[in-house]
Design a protein. Sequence first.
Length: 291
Amino acid sequence: MIEAIELGATLYIPAIKTNLAEIANGYKYPQCRSMIFCTEDSIHAKDIASALLNISQLLPQLELSQKLHFIRVRNPDILKTLLKFQGIERITGFVFPKLDISNVDDYFSLVVGKGFKNMPTLETKAVFEQAKMSALRDDLITKNYQQEILALRIGGNDLLQYLGLRRTKDKTVYETPLGQVIYQLINTFKPYGFELTAPVFEHLNNPSLLAQETLHDISCGLIGKTAIHPQQIIEIEQSYQVKEADLIVAQAILDDSAAAVFKMNDSMCEVATHRVWANSMIKRYQVYGKR
């Protein structure tokens, strides 16, 4: 069963590229573990037909592997078209852009029960309103759409444009007004079992800031981050590696013989409240290793 923790750095690829199979099957960028082929904002409307043709040609060539493949649709009509393509069952799932309460049924009614693991993106003005996000969450749960979701994506650039902002090259996203919005989304969705992925880091010349932001993502419980360039993959996933000290503590907490409360590394460890954290450390270690 696929888990969101396996996403890692998700490479974002406009579907108008002609070498999709080479990328999808790992011949190019073999370090890439998950990818999104985009038919939305990364291409012009005039190029939609070419993008769909490329995807239709990709599907028969798509090798079954451990890599995760998603298609970012442009709207529900494009999703309907894609679902008719031969071989569409080979992909992992779809990314639904700009999801809110007004279009949730338009998307999910098309994929329920078909085995896809989807990633709706939270990137509309409604994201800034707590009540609307709570209503969306409740709707997803009530209609059993939650089981169709691998993770919710936070569309950082779309949200910043509503504020008339673009992140600067010397600050993480958490140092912008969007930081509080991200915390609000975490508090709204995470306690109810939804996983969330972190906003994209759009600059290529500041790997140290990317690492700083990714570590902040992790500290907030976000897992998975869109990469806009292959060089970001290793930079992001190195941050997902578990510190050896944390791994040792996690193993101690999960030990069947552990006391209910004990001291380790000058910190209190309480099995009842730290078990979820410990399990997440073990899963991260199994996927990304330690440092």
